[in-house]
Design a protein around this ligand. Structure first.
Ligand code: G1P
Ligand code: ZN
Length: 551
């Protein structure tokens, strides 16, 4: 036992867990897994052991408010004090969105940040919990870091924790825990200030106060409620009924805080309620990094959203100097590639997960980036950013004086439309899923030249990525099949699930003829959907007739 400014630091002997390998975005498990004795502590100690820069440094700490958030924060504060962290800034009520953590790390030059969230996964006692570490650039820790924490977690023998009282989090204040300073800070203001620097708040405000546009934002009872109140209601004077589900709840009101057409039902029905309906709708997920944008009876596919942002960024104050390049994850549609071609800028294709964008942003190779999974962002931070995307669209609407649908259709007319869908088969048997992927891998080199219902395969492989900045190589990131008419199918297994395996099948088809831009998406893609099923033998191997979720 060591005495640190009269505070006892205790070394607790522990036994290891073999399942603490972080996935696409941190360590995610059922709450009851995290509730096992020492489980959370072991993982946190593994982080402190790898991130030695936290010793004597500043740590940003907060989460999406889900069940176990408040408990985990008290433990992490005590472990931070015991591991020599100099100062921790923690969000009021333990709340910080993922983008706000990234913003705070950068603004206050923190050594890193810990975000407690399982993103869009359900919460509550029977739901999921998660923990992510972000490095000093504000972005998710790279694979080399998460691999190192995993290795340590497999042989950890003890962890350090301070014998201290819990810290009240329900008000802003500063205090000491031994030699460590703790600031319980406003969760919103720094982030909201950054948004004001990027977008024309006056123009957006006028659009609302003149009555030209009404909006509806669904916070899904997750972390963005307080952010939306400050930004949309207070700073932008949006209509009084602009916010729904804006009180963060530990179980997200029993809902699934995933901003898509299936889970943001209330929002969708408001927008589709006929005359008098708001003209703009948006939602964000558990930790505030995802976004969905909709108009009246109109859905903007996230891949299209990235392309539209890229084509129009120069119209907004924060991006008026133009953008230097863009990046999208492998499964994201190639709509943005078309824009990059016209703009004469580089377009990078990365594996799934935000961490692969960090080097490209730091090296100033890209300004914007995004994923099909309702994520987009820019060089303002190192995470995807839900509220930022909403503001981007609001600012664009204010500049163009066009509806969401008009902006999107005009874009398709100019660049062509990428019909796009993702089919998810959830909680399937892990061995069957692995076997399906292995079968695809085995076939992939021999598919070229094959023809399926008139679609000829140009190229097929298991995607591997060489980071152009640090030359690190990431392999086996998904089977992609490219056809000669620019259609494409991608297969991969999810890295964020907590039950069995989830197979994701991504299907797209490029259409330049504007008279063909009005088909229902699933209809436009019928043949390719059948081709995907037959090449991968999904139905027989997974024992499923239909996908569980279609986005
Ligand atoms: C999913 C998305 C991916 C996103 C990640 C974290 O990962 O597909 O784009 O970065 O969540 O939000 P997956 O479950 O597919 O591994
Ligand atoms: Zn998220």
């Amino acid at each position: 036992m060591i005495l640190n400014n009269k505070m006892k630091i205790i070394n607790i002997a522990t036994t290891t867990f073999d399942d603490q390998k972080p996935g696409t975005s941190g360590l995610r498990k059922k709450v009851n897994v995290f509730q096992q004795s020492h489980y959370l502590e072991n993982f946190v100690q593994s982080i402190f052991n790898v991130a030695t820069e936290l010793k004597g440094g500043l740590l940003i700490l907060g989460g999406d408010g889900r069940y176990y958030n408040a408990h985990a924060i008290q433990i992490i504060l005590k472990m931070a004090a015991a591991n020599g962290v100099k100062q921790v800034m923690v969000g009021e009520n333990g709340l910080l969105s993922t983008p706000a953590v990234s913003c705070l790390i950068r603004k206050y030059k923190a050594a890193g940040g810990i975000v407690l969230s399982a993103s869009h996964n359900p919460g509550g006692v029977n739901g999921d919990f998660g923990i992510k570490f972000n490095i000093a650039n504000g972005g998710p820790a790279p694979t080399s870091f998460t691999d190192a924490t995993y290795e340590i977690s497999k042989r950890l023998a003890e962890y350090q924790i301070a014998d201290a009282d819990d810290i009240p989090l329900d008000r802003q204040h500063s205090c000491q825990m031994g030699e460590m300073k703790i600031d319980v800070i406003d969760s919103v203001s720094d982030y909201a200030d950054l948004m004001e620097q990027l977008f024309d708040f006056n123009k957006i405000r006028t659009m609302f106060t003149s009555g030209w546009l009404e909006m509806c934002f669904d916070a899904m009872h997750a972390v963005t409620g307080p952010y939306a109140r400050e930004i949309f209601s207070k700073r932008l004077s949006a209509n009084v009924d602009a916010l729904i589900n804006s009180i963060p709840l530990e179980d997200f009101g029993g809902g699934h805080p995933d901003p898509n057409l299936a889970h943001a039902k209330e929002l969708v029905s408001r927008l589709n309620s006929g005359p008098g309906a708001p003209g703009f709708g948006a939602a964000s997920d558990g930790d505030g990094d995802r976004n969905m944008i909709i108009g009246q009876n109109f859905f903007v596919n996230p891949s299209d959203s990235l392309a539209i942002m890229t084509a129009n960024a120069h119209l907004l104050p924060g991006y008026k100097q133009g953008i230097c390049g863009v990046a999208r994850s492998l499964p994201t549609s190639r709509a943005v590639d078309k824009v990059a071609e016209v703009l004469g800028i580089d377009c990078y294709e990365t594996p799934t997960g935000w961490k692969y964008f960090g080097n490209l942003l730091d090296d100033k190779r890209i300004t914007l980036c995004g994923e099909e999974s309702f994520g987009s962002g820019s060089d303002h931070i190192r995470e995807k950013d839900g509220i930022w995307a909403v503001l981007f669209w609001l600012n664009l609407i204010a500049v163009k004086q066009q509806s969401v649908e008009e902006i999107t259709r005009e874009h398709w007319k100019k660049y062509g439309r990428h019909y796009y869908t993702r089919h998810d088969y959830e909680a399937i048997d892990s061995d069957a899923a692995e076997a399906l992927m292995q079968n695809l891998r085995d076939q992939s080199n021999s598919l070229a030249e094959n023809e399926y219902s008139g679609y000829k395969v140009l190229l097929s492989d298991d995607f591997s990525y060489t980071d152009p900045v640090d030359n690190s190589i990431t392999e086996n990131q998904g089977i992609r099949i490219l056809f000669d008419d620019e259609s494409r199918i991608v297969f991969r297994l999810s890295g964020t699930g907590t039950e069995g395996a989830t197979l994701r099948v991504y299907i797209e088809k490029y259409e330049t003829d504007a008279s063909q831009h009005n088909l229902p998406v699933q209809t436009a893609l019928t043949e390719l959907i059948d081709i995907a099923n037959s090449i991968a033998e999904i139905k027989s191997r997974c024992n499923r007739d239909q996908p569980d979720v279609i986005t």
